[in-house]
Write a protein that binds this ligand. Structure first.
Ligand code: OFO
Length: 168
């Protein structure tokens, strides 16, 4: 049986993963509206991935006999100056999710709930992957001298994001 405080954190994470999925869907929509098809594809893929994260936690809670409550999901930000701002927003968002996941791991460990600790390890590895991925995207932007302005570098970044998604 899950301790109530751990069940609460996991329930909140279900909603946080929904929010993450919507954040990426909104970023994808913004990229579409700017004609950035590669970036739109990349963020669309991420949106779907976040949805699978939500499913994983949802299933775990169900297996543990904990009723899941889906709350109101806040609207994600919609206004961005350029693609660089979008990439930075996505990276900052992943850092926040990493902190939430690490908090669950920490609380599960403190509570000697090693089953949840083991379950959440998958998410720790996943967040590491995400941080590495966004690190690579930021390095690419630096290499191209990309600051979000229209031009060659924007075209390269859009293609780069498409390639990342296609090889994921
Ligand atoms: Fe990108 O994160 Fe879900 O967990």
């Amino acid at each position: 049986m899950l301790k109530p405080e751990i069940a609460k954190l996991l329930g909140e994470q279900v909603n946080a993963e929904f929010y993450a999925s919507n954040v990426y869907l909104q970023l994808s929509a913004w990229c579409e509206s700017q004609g950035l098809e590669g970036a739109a594809l990349f963020f669309r893929g991420h949106s779907l991935e976040e949805r699978t994260h939500m499913d994983k936690i949802f299933d775990y809670l169900c297996e543990c006999g904990i009723p899941v409550t889906i709350g109101a999901i806040a609207a994600p930000p919609t206004q961005f100056a350029n693609l660089m701002e979008v990439i930075n927003a996505a990276y900052q968002h992943e850092l926040k999710v990493s902190a939430m996941i690490k908090n669950i791991a920490n609380q599960a460990f403190q509570a000697q709930d090693y089953t949840t600790f083991n379950f959440i390890e998958w998410f720790i590895a996943e967040q590491h992957e995400e941080e590495v991925l966004f690190g690579k995207i930021l390095s690419k932007a630096k290499m191209l001298g990309f600051d979000g302005s229209p031009g060659q570098a924007l075209h390269h970044m859009d293609n780069f994001l498409r390639a990342v998604e296609q090889h994921a």
